[in-house]
Design a protein around this ligand. Sequence first.
Ligand SMILES: [Zn+2]
Length: 444
Amino acid sequence: MNPDHAAPHRTAAPDPYFPNSGDQRYRVHRYELALDYRPGPNRLGGTARLSAVARVALPEFALDLADFRIGRVLVDGKAARYTHRAGKLRIRPAKALTAGAAFTVEVHYTGNPRPVRSPWGGLGWEELTDGALVASQPVGAPSWFPCNDRPADKATYQIAVTTPSPYTVVVGGRLLARTTRASSTTWVYEQSAPTSPYLVTVSIGPYQAVPLAERPAVPQTGYVPERLAGEFTAGFGRQARMMAYFEEAFGPYPFGEYAVVVADEELDVPVEAQGVATFGTNHLGGGWGRERLIAHELAHQWFGNSVSIADWSHIWLNEGLAKYAEWLWSEHAGGPSAATHAAAAHSLLAGLPQDLRLGDPGRKLMFDDRLYQRGGLTVHALRTVLGDASFLPMLRDWATIHRHGVVNTADFRTHAARYSDGPLDALFDAWLREPALPPLRPAV
Ligand SMILES: [Zn+2]
């Protein structure tokens, strides 16, 4: 489905949680990034070329970009005036853009990329002991490229990264070319699926490629420090089966391939990107506590990455469905049932403060563990009311109808109601709008 299908009124307001991010007056449909990165001095330079369309007349517009030195800014090939302050690159084209006009912006920039500070720690480009990685959710993308940083502004990407030859560069999408000149190698990737800026990633490191699955299955490759290849194969040994099960449950995998990067560091949490998930060394070693993370990150490829949220207030749609995918996988793989996981989550939440409104948690609580647990419980409550004969098609159709699209909570409620004999308003209101924890209903 065309990603533009989201009604304009839903995507043309500032993000309620990050009103300074993005500029809703235009949309970008393609980014072409040509970057050079030197890991030693942590030096990034390059050119970003954006193809965009003005929604309204634009005498000026803004891109999100952290603290880089700007060389040149061109709009439609002509030098434009700009100011660059507090993460906003404000551009005034020589001639105002008219409503509906297609235009290109080219930004030349260099600097030492560093994470954007946030209440959840550094976001975006992160220098590693030997290399770099990018984990931008929710607003870290401007740490490395100029963008319209809104989850609903999805575009295709071509990303070329030049870096010293011993390093491997992993970017989501298809590797188009790898060219070595002198001691540097340029890796060119094409991401042809519509992608939110926060889901664009780069990993640079001394990685070894470890194939997990090849065609006709979805190609799956691990990029891991050489000494951890054995441990990786053991820990991720069931991912290919997981992929097959999720395709059955949620519909075809939305992208061409899936890469798993294991950075040579401990990371607080793994993080999803388009067609890629990044884990830390502490996530290897097996056991349910780690396998559930593998399921969670993979499920985000459907829920969050392909089906994107219109703004961050709807984050429970990403996290609730990814949490529930963990429980579905457990049940499918012969572990505890989803109902058992739901009961455990429910008793956990019953002992915690009940001041979270799942359907609009506020910026402060958007990554609170209670949001994940209650999100999974909401999906489970829906399953017990609908029964599997309706619930499973509902879930699969949700991912299929909105594949590569943009949604909000109201869309999900309307969609689910089509699979129900009776109204679901009371159920959704109790789980999404009220902070009190509803009781767990027995299965029908
Ligand atoms: Zn998640």
